[in-house]
Design a protein around this ligand. Sequence first.
Ligand SMILES: Cc1ncc(C[n+]2csc(CCOP(=O)(O)OP(=O)(O)O)c2C)c(N)n1
Ligand SMILES: [Mg+2]
Length: 336
Amino acid sequence: MDMDRNSLVEAYRRMRTIREFEDRLHKDFAGGEIPGFVHLYAGEEAVAVGLCSHLGDGDFITSTHRGHGHCIAKGVDTAGMMAEIYGKAPGSCNGKGGSMHIADVDKGMLGANGIVGGGPPLACGAALSAKKRGTDNVVICFFGDGASNQGTTLEGMNLAGVWKLPVVFVCENNGYAETTSYKYSVSGTDIAARARGFGMPSVAVDGLDFFAVAEAAGEAIARARRGEGPTFIEAQTYRYYGHFEGDSIAYRDREEEESFRSRDCLSRFRQTVTSQGLVEAADLDAIDGAVAAEIEQAVTDALSAPDPSLDSLTTDVYVDFPASQLWMFQDEPVRV
Ligand SMILES: Cc1ncc(C[n+]2csc(CCOP(=O)(O)OP(=O)(O)O)c2C)c(N)n1
Ligand SMILES: [Mg+2]
């Protein structure tokens, strides 16, 4: 596929940032200073970045409980994210959301989400809005193999198909929902095949291969921008750490983990671009160094940042927006 050098460098920088961010949280969570639950995305970087490398700030994504990678891929500031995870006032959501609720609407990141299957209805709403406003913006809806069994996911796919909404459904099949293999929980096991039943194009790709993901993403997103409706991508991937930090991972064998780690998405990206002379190894090394410094600084700043003030306790509960934006209630019934 065609990608210029700058786009390749940026894709690598974002994947490396996700890995560094997650590896650092894995280490620091054990120290006991991070409140709440943390679900890490390390290993799955090529999926979020392969999709989001085609998006601008006007496009939207919906996320999951494993949302840090989606945020970084969509351009959310890592210092704000780190402060949010530590529950501090300068956090992306003023320290009141934590890991599972990081959102940045200005960047089109509609929020991590603790409800498995919570993303697809939100994605349909955002896509309906984009379509009604006459934009060519698209929505990427990330969800897991476990969420592929939820009624909300299947209803969302049906609605997007009926209304030809500009959504790309991306099932991140990392093999497990908590401790349960998808081979047990997904009837039929072929997740991509399910989407064809809703009349949308659907493809399964190697989610550890950035270029395979980015190519499928490019086609799906272009289709959505042309007004031709939703597409489904099943990205077959793997999470390196447990379901949550603290999980002893007794349900996976080490051989399986090693076989996925040997196909690591970052190493493969590096190998491809350097062997083809597209980016120099020294340039990638420089990115590694800069990203490590950025994350180190984010942790230092988060640790020294203040807690949210007591009088902010009841703010940010509901969003205020002008009545003029309530188009759904002023117009005729929705016709798309
Ligand atoms: C509606 C709902 N049911 C159950 C849970 C508990 N839960 C949290 S994560 C998870 C597994 C999700 O698996 P998957 O969709 O494959 O995402 P992954 O964790 O693998 O990224 C479950 C069952 C929940 N948060 N919400
Ligand atoms: Mg899963």
